[in-house]
Design a protein around this ligand. Structure first.
Ligand SMILES: O=C1O[C@H](COP(=O)(O)O)[C@@H](O)[C@H](O)[C@H]1O
Length: 232
């Protein structure tokens, strides 16, 4: 599926414009179906976007928010993506939204993945909005190069849901939605910032194995157009 690059003069400009686009998409879904869903990424990039989105006028009580991936750590851990969303997105007007966490206080990360799959199945498919990030190693969500379950995660025939991932570059064991869960969002965004990530994107757009740069699976095989939002 084709991708479109949207470039902005600054991260603040990007955050405002992406917040407007997402708010519009969520509101359209609410008008059509009475509910809307969004799966967001963690990491350092989305903070300003989260803060901008939280101020937008949406019927937030009809919106379900979840994460595309999470570390197997509780929500009070400083590395938790849930904590980032709590502090920056579930604020202001967006306080009224429902949040479905991927982390579950289970005995193992595998048990947590099963529970997260069950709970997230209630959200409805496909997601209205998916916001992906990308690491310097070409990972997206928790699709890490060398990841323990990477082939399963990227296989389009793997059922929708949450699986586990362990990888050298990942730190803690991870929980991640599969590629099949994310590829068909009504609005599928790749949000990246900085010249370094633009170079990584250019490399990913070239030839090479998906396993080396898993973002390639999204760029090559997503069934929705990929809207790339970039600022220096
Ligand atoms: O590990 C993660 O990193 C990526 C990218 O993070 P960033 O700090 O480079 O913006 C993120 O998309 C993913 O959700 C997160 O778990």
């Amino acid at each position: 599926m084709a991708s479109t690059l949207h470039s902005f003069a600054s991260p603040a400009d990007l955050a405002g414009s992406l917040a407007d686009k997402v708010a519009h998409t969520l509101s359209a879904a609410i008008a059509a179906r009475g509910a809307a869903s969004i799966a967001v990424s963690g990491g350092s990039t989305p903070k300003a976007f989260f803060q901008a989105l939280s101020t937008r006028d949406i019927a937030w009580d009809k919106v379900t928010i979840t994460l595309v991936d999470e570390r197997f750590v509780p929500a009070d851990n400083t590395r938790s993506n849930h904590l980032l969303v709590d502090a920056n997105l579930l604020q202001d007007k967006a306080k009224a939204a429902r949040f479905v966490p991927l982390y579950q206080p289970a005995a193992s990360v595998e048990d947590a993945a099963r529970l997260a799959t069950k709970k997230s199945a209630e959200i409805g498919i496909p997601f209205d909005v998916v916001i992906l990030g990308m690491g310097g190693d070409g990972h997206t969500a928790s699709f890490f190069p060398g990841g323990s379950n990477l082939a399963e995660a990227l296989d389009a025939s793997t059922p929708r849901g949450v699986i586990t991932m362990e990888a050298e570059g990942a730190g803690e064991p991870r929980l991640t939605f599969t590629f099949s869960s994310l590829r068909d969002a009504a609005l599928l965004v790749l949000h990246i910032e900085g010249e370094g990530k633009k170079d990584v994107l250019a490399k990913a757009e070239g030839s090479g194995d998906e396993a080396d740069m898993p973002i390639r699976a999204v760029l090559r095989r997503a069934t929705s157009p990929v809207e790339i939002y970039w600022a220096p």
